[in-house]
Design a protein around this ligand. Structure first.
Ligand code: ATP
Ligand code: MN
Length: 476
């Protein structure tokens, strides 16, 4: 059985015969192969005595080629690595023609690598990011399972358009060239696959709520879709969301859980991804040092992660936040694109970043937002104008979590649905929860890629998901 390089690198090198398989990162001087198999960041040096090998084999070894190598695992004679393989046998599974293989051993821009998304995981940076991503997702399950939550899978195709009207992708099996029409000459969705209009989900929350009202504490972790034309470094059209939903939790319980959850998964990668994080920390430092002084992050990557794990998130009401923003320097000097003058204004990312990065310098949980700017299902406060919403804002990221205590009172909920112009029939099953055994409950949604962005120090959300979907781009 071939050995994984990760396992090998933590084994004593005593001249034993081993077999490894992987892809060539570099081949120097017709003698030194740096082999990587994805199990770990490090490459394994394989030393070839070219006199023992056929010219025809050696000429097939170049960056990107897939090899199986057998040899003796020994202490390294050279600098730069402590162990190496003295190669006895090489099998070339597949060559990679250097004239056409795009991933060469030099610095490629992330823009260039996005166009080679099928090959970019063979670079050190992307393999590190994807290993951290994989570990984070394990950390997510470990946390919730440890807390007694049940993992539920909510539908990806949804028949209710109450959640995010206008920014959903349509799911249809009608022939676009010749769709069934009704008498008014409009597309007749009764003839469509599901007999009604359907879309890709923007959130599993409403369905998760139904399961919380029976299983108690549940979470989803699945893909969600938004057809919004947000061409930013923090928005994808397809992203993964983690949505816990808890019966008998009020907003304070909800905030406590969200904070504990984020700290737990970050601690998990600090403990389990040390090598990859050290590498990403260095990459981050290099990138920051190339920025103008004022735009540089005050902390390194590892420092930022530890800071979040070790410090309490600052909890601030929307009303307090508006006061701070209204009196802030950038607001007075008219530096915000959206000046803040009135209570009720929706916060833009420039405001969120000011609060987190300049004012509090720590993750912030904003709560009790104006009802007007939040969704219909958030619980109305006694004041009649704010709702029990909470957003968690992170340095460099902005909003990472959006959540709330849900409205459990049937009459209040019906009132809100009406005020927002939503058809009650659309939500009959959701309203049923308020008719049969209703109870206070809460939940939140965390965008998984925003968490990966934070944990890896990458600058663009397109670089923390294997195949990003964004406006005008669904290649691969
Ligand atoms: P934003 O204001 O940043 O667009 P939102 O208010 O639309 O976020 P929610 O609908 O509350 O976000 O979704 C919950 C979480 O999902 C957000 O806190 C964020 O982490 C993540 N998220 C939302 N939209 C996207 C997106 N287009 N791409 C990636 N993650 C997203
Ligand atoms: Mn949004």
């Amino acid at each position: 059985m071939p050995t994984k390089i990760k396992a090998l690198l933590s084994t004593a090198a005593e001249g034993q015969t081993v077999t490894v398989q992987g892809w060539v990162r570099t081949f120097r001087a017709n003698r030194f192969i740096a082999l990587n198999d994805g199990s770990t960041l490090g490459n394994l040096q394989c030393v070839v005595d070219f006199e023992n090998f056929d010219e025809n084999i050696l000429k097939n070894i170049s960056t990107g080629a897939a090899l199986r190598i057998t040899g003796n695992y020994v202490e390294s004679q050279g600098k730069g690595q402590t162990t190496e393989i003295q190669v006895e046998d090489i099998h070339v599974y597949g060559i990679a023609d250097p004239d056409t293989y795009p991933i060469q051993p030099k610095k490629h821009s992330f823009e260039f690598l996005r166009e080679k998304a099928h090959l970019r995981v063979r670079t050190a940076t992307f393999s590190a990011v994807m290993r951290v991503r994989a570990a984070l997702s394990f950390g997510v399950h470990q946390f919730f399972q440890g807390e007694g939550f049940h993992y539920v899978n909510t539908p990806i195709i949804t028949g209710s358009d109450a959640e995010g009207a206008g920014e959903m992708f349509r799911v249809s099996a009608l022939d676009p060239k010749n769709p069934a029409l009704n008498e008014a000459g409009e597309v007749n969705f009764q003839e469509d696959f599901f007999g009604k209009e359907t879309h890709l989900t923007v959130s599993g929350q409403l369905e998760a709520e139904t399961y919380a009202m029976g299983l108690g504490e549940v979470y989803t972790f699945g893909p969600t879709f938004r057809a919004e034309n947000s061409n930013t470094t923090r928005h994808l059209a397809e992203f993964w969301m983690i949505e816990p939903e808890m019966a008998f939790f009020d907003l304070d319980d909800n905030m406590d859980l969200a904070e504990k959850f984020i700290k737990s998964v970050l601690r998990y990668v600090l403990e389990n991804c040390q090598e990859d994080l050290a590498f990403l920390d260095e990459r981050f430092a290099k990138e920051e040092s190339s920025k103008p002084k004022l735009e540089r992050s005050e902390m390194g990557l590892l420092e930022k992660i530890k800071f979040v794990v070790e410090n309490e998130f600052k909890r601030v009401s929307y009303t307090e936040a508006i006061d701070i923003l209204r009196n802030s320097k950038p607001n007075k000097k008219k530096k915000f694109n959206y000046p803040i003058d009135e209570w009720g204004a929706d916060l833009q990312s420039e405001h969120e970043r000011f609060l987190v990065e300049k004012h509090f310098k720590t993750p912030v949980i904003l709560f009790d937002y104006p009802a007007k700017i939040k969704a219909f299902y958030m619980r109305l406060n006694e004041d009649g104008k704010t709702v029990r919403a909470m957003d968690i804002l992170f340095p460099g990221i902005g909003e990472i979590v959006g959540g709330s205590q849900r409205e459990e009172r049937l009459d209040v909920l019906q009132e809100r649905i009406k005020a927002m112009g939503i058809e009650e029939e659309e939500l009959w099953w959701y309203l049923d929860l308020r008719k049969f055994g209703t109870a206070p409950h809460s939940g939140f949604g965390l965008g998984f890629e925003r968490l990966v962005l934070f944990a890896t120090g990458m600058g663009n959300i397109r670089d923390v998901i294997p195949f990003p979907r964004t406006p005008q781009n669904a290649a691969f």
